[in-house]
Design a protein around this ligand. Structure first.
Ligand code: NMN
Length: 341
């Protein structure tokens, strides 16, 4: 008699069922922030999977949640040349500079004054930029920005980040997909982590960004696995055909979200410079209550055709700008105190 798939008589199928189930629950828990089952249920399946994997080591899957605990330490990080440079963004520090940006977009793309430009906006996460490569839908490589041209292969560390999918969902992805995003640590996780570090007489970090950057450059992936890193995807490297099909940045993010990638819930599409400034003011107000640190907001011309007309200057695209927040160290010091009390 053929064993029933997923039953205990067929360990390979049972392992696959458990991996798929745990990954689906993890997606709900870490990406959507809506757990579907109690932790005890998740943990029970996890232990069953661990037991099967130790009994059948050759059946361990690369996308198994047990593979996120970190491999053996590395000797060093390999240097990787980015296939598409990781650019930086020009900055705007006040309203006049944002208005000048919108003016330039109109002028260079020859958009009449009475027409507003659609902009896609994201919070500017205060973490570190990362490029992640999926091949045939499988996570294969993660590289830091470095100098924008060459970065470091930190695949082993990024594999431990719980909301980075090891496998894309659905089938609507190209054979190779390189995505870009930010690695960060939530404020509350940072406080707890620093407290643990202090209790163990270990290094205490100055802020979440330093902690995230220091963790990603750790040679021991088990250390990375023990730290509460999170990831947000904010774009993909697309060729002209793909841009033509997707049409806009906001539709690209919809597509990436459907592939199971974590996309910020705070993204928005707005019309014209007034839309930009009103979003900015909203975010200035929300900044302190957001669970993660941001140091500004990023405005991108949404339509790829207009982006293409604008092109690039030096190392930054002309179709995007980072509107930076004024420094408010006093405010964040106050926040630290509040959390510690
Ligand atoms: O290391 P992982 O497998 O991500 O688990 C860490 C903790 O998070 C565990 O305590 C686990 O129970 C919890 N967790 C819960 C769910 C859920 O759906 N309730 C999903 C993923 C992780």
């Amino acid at each position: 008699v053929e064993p029933e798939p997923g039953s205990l008589d067929d360990p390979e199928a049972r392992i696959q069922t458990l991996v798929d189930q745990l990954n689906a629950w993890s997606y709900q828990y870490y990406v959507l922030d809506e757990p579907m089952v109690p932790d005890s249920e998740y943990d029970r399946c996890y232990r069953e999977l661990e037991a099967l994997e130790s009994q059948y080591p050759n059946l361990v899957r690369r996308d198994s949640p047990t593979q996120r605990v970190g491999d053996k330490p590395l000797e060093g990080f390999e240097q990787i040349v980015h296939r598409a440079a990781m650019l930086s963004l020009s900055n705007a520090f006040d309203e006049a500079e944002v208005r000048a940006f919108d003016r330039r977009v109109h002028d260079l793309a020859e958009i009449p004054d009475h027409q507003t430009v659609a902009y896609a906006i994201d919070p500017k996460f205060d973490g570190l930029a990362i490029s992640i490569l999926y091949r045939a839908g499988q996570f294969v490589q993660a590289v830091t920005r470095g100098d924008g041209t060459t970065g470091e292969d930190v695949t082993a560390n990024v594999r431990t980040i719980r909301n980075v999918p090891m496998r894309l969902s659905g089938s609507e992805f190209p054979d190779e997909l390189e995505i870009r995003g930010e690695i960060l640590i939530y404020k509350a996780d940072f406080q707890a982590m620093n407290q643990r570090q202090a209790e163990h007489g270990l290094k205490v970090f100055a802020n979440p960004r330093n902690a995230a950057a220091g963790t990603i450059r750790q040679l021991d992936p088990r250390v990375a696995a023990s730290r509460p890193l999170r990831f947000f995807c904010y774009g993909a490297v697309l060729d002209r055909d793909q841009q033509g099909r997707l049409q806009s940045h906001s539709k690209t993010l919809d597509w990436l979200q459907n592939l199971g990638l974590p996309i910020s819930q705070h993204r928005q599409t707005v019309q014209g410079v007034d839309g930009l400034l009103s979003y900015y003011n909203t975010m200035v107000g929300q900044r302190i209550s957001l669970p993660f640190e941001i140091d500004g907001v990023v405005y991108k011309v949404d339509d790829y055709r207009i982006q293409g007309q604008l092109g690039f200057v030096a190392k930054a695209p002309r179709f995007a700008i980072a509107h930076k927040f004024p420094p408010d160290e006093v405010l964040s010091r106050l926040l630290d105190i509040e959390i510690q009390v």
